[in-house]
Design a protein. Structure first.
Length: 182
């Protein structure tokens, strides 16, 4: 009975050490970004990245290839709820556009290129989009995952592997120090 207490104490310490990375990581969410869609000559954007500040969610801009910055495009105020914000433009001429969203906090939610094709009586417009994510919280220097946010499942599996390594190392060191014990 005397030898079981240190084993239990060591086991609890190792379990706490294994759980520490998962606790420190906390819940993570994927970067929301923006989603752009077109129907005929209308272009719309939806995001969930912005927060309401002083009665404003932010602004979305529709930029042509000749326009270099956000203030030169056709700007529309975002409307919506805390779950989803949106903006729309109608009467968009055929061409290549960039949709950019800037939240009222000054953070860029993202930008996405869209091609609106000419509509004739026999054809429907073709839509293609490429997504360029903008960093919402700046560069995550030194964290190793600066480009991608990992979900709770990935973090949990990583924490379990680290915990298993800590437990195995502790068990091997204890076993090596006193070979006559389990």
């Amino acid at each position: 009975m005397q030898t079981s207490r240190p084993i239990i104490r060591a086991g609890l310490t190792l379990a706490a050490a294994a759980a520490l990375p998962a606790v420190l990581a906390g819940p993570t969410a994927a970067a929301p970004g923006i989603s752009v869609s077109t129907t005929g000559s209308s272009v719309s954007v939806v995001t969930s990245a912005c927060t309401l500040i002083n009665g404003s969610w932010g602004t979305a801009a529709l930029l042509t290839s000749a326009q270099a910055n956000f203030s030169q495009g056709r700007q529309v105020a975002l409307t919506g709820t805390s779950v989803s914000q949106s903006a729309a433009w109608s009467g968009v001429n055929p061409g290549t556009y960039t949709v950019a969203v800037v939240c009222s906090s000054g953070n860029t939610a993202g930008s996405q290129s869209v091609i609106v094709s000419a509509v004739s009586a026999t054809t429907r417009p073709t839509i293609s989009a490429t997504h360029t994510a903008a960093p919402s919280r700046g560069v995550k220097g030194g964290l190793g995952g600066a480009v991608r946010d990992y979900g709770p499942v990935t973090l949990g599996v990583g924490a379990a592997l680290v915990g298993a390594g800590v437990v195995a190392t502790g068990w091997a060191l204890r076993r090596r120090a006193k070979p006559y014990r389990f």
